[in-house]
Design a protein around this ligand. Structure first.
Ligand code: GAL
Length: 358
């Protein structure tokens, strides 16, 4: 992206944020928030990090901890549907019942159509990994050319985060419905925050926080992407990183991650590598701005890096601005990445569009 592009984008005030209030109650109660966030039909003409973001039905987008798949001209955004009541913290962690994994589709990355629950919670089976009493977080979907199947990986857990597994589901169409296949602790390793990275040679990997989040593991998936293989490495040893987001630009791999502080934001860190399985070199914090912005990743936590189609070198940093007292009212922070060799920068913009990459 050119400097001129960034300057052009760094204009105006953030709309919507002022109009949003946490209600502490789910769906119905948030409708006032949604009305307040409707900005004369202008809501979806620009990216407005941290502001209310409505789908094409005028409803708050529910796709937290998510990722985006591009398939046959359409972007599919998968994420946690958190449209449920946030329960007071038991121990350290506030939680809500699992609703399921939502899917939205778009061709311009701004206007998102709700495709519904791609993987709903299983309410009638308390033993199911997808029972509302559990945890389904950070879903990511990739497409397997060989099997012509869409494969979703996600963090599966119990309310106390002691189950610590990676779950997998499969579908014949991008928006689902997905059929849940089960969960694993890859090679016996606990697995919490995670992402999936699909390389251009067809190999795919899960990056999963392990060893009680102290160390990240990178585990290659089988050719059909349905199983974790024993080809696995430990990286970022003892650095306590989570929320990994991985991309490749001009043959160099980059992983952006957060520290471990639950729903509270912390400083991002990025690392680079010549290969998906490392060795990875930690580079530092990619955020540029005020000390507060840099220390909190603009009050957000990484979830994915989205390559913009037909714009080589254009990548969007996707992050969640969690609202712990009402998690379903959490916001999205999407910002353009500036890449210069191994150096990565993320700067705050109140509002912007894809012309920043011109
Ligand atoms: C965060 C993690 C989230 C969620 C949360 C629960 O650290 O990134 O996905 O698990 O903890 O407190």
């Amino acid at each position: 992206m050119t400097r001129r592009g960034f300057l052009k984008a760094a204009v105006g005030l953030s709309l919507g944020a002022a109009g949003c209030r946490a209600t502490g109650r789910a769906a119905a109660a948030r409708s006032t928030t949604i009305e307040a966030g409707r900005q004369d039909g202008k809501v979806n003409d620009l990216f407005r990090p941290g502001a209310v973001w409505l789908d094409t039905d005028g409803q708050l987008i529910q796709a937290h901890g998510g990722g985006v798949l591009f398939h046959e001209g359409v972007y599919y955004w998968f994420g946690e549907n958190k449209d449920a009541r946030t329960q007071p913290a038991r121990g350290r962690i506030r939680r809500l019942d699992v609703v399921g994994v939502n899917c939205y589709s778009s061709t311009d990355l701004l206007r998102w159509k709700n495709e519904g629950l791609a993987l709903p919670a299983v309410k009638d089976d308390p033993d199911s990994d997808l029972h509302p009493s559990g945890v389904v977080e950070r879903p990511k979907v990739i497409y397997n050319e060989r099997t012509a199947r869409f494969v979703m990986w996600m963090h599966i857990d119990k309310a106390d985060y002691g189950y610590a597994r990676a779950g997998v589901a499969i579908s014949t169409s991008p928006a689902g419905p997905y059929r849940y296949l089960g969960s694993v602790q890859p090679n016996g390793a606990d697995s919490r925050d995670m992402t999936v990275y699909q390389d251009d040679d067809g190999r795919a990997y899960i990056f999963h926080a392990s060893e009680w989040n102290k160390t990240m593991r990178i585990t290659r998936l089988s050719e059909d992407y349905l199983e974790a293989t024993d080809d696995s490495v430990r990286e970022f040893v003892g650095r306590s990183r989570e929320a990994p987001a991985v991309f490749k630009h001009e043959g160099r791999y980059t992983c952006i991650s957060s520290g471990c502080s639950g729903w509270a934001p912390n400083a991002a860190e990025y690392a680079v590598s010549e290969a998906a399985m490392g060795p990875w070199t930690v580079m530092g914090n990619p955020c540029v701005g005020t000390p507060g912005q840099v220390a909190t990743t603009f009050q957000a936590q990484s979830t994915f890096v989205l390559p913009v189609q037909d714009r080589p070198g254009a990548y969007i940093f996707m992050a969640d601005r969690w609202k712990p007292e009402d998690l379903g009212d959490s916001r999205y922070v999407w910002l353009p990445l500036e890449i210069d060799g191994d150096s990565l920068r993320i700067r705050w913009l109140d509002e912007w569009d894809l012309s920043v990459f011109d």
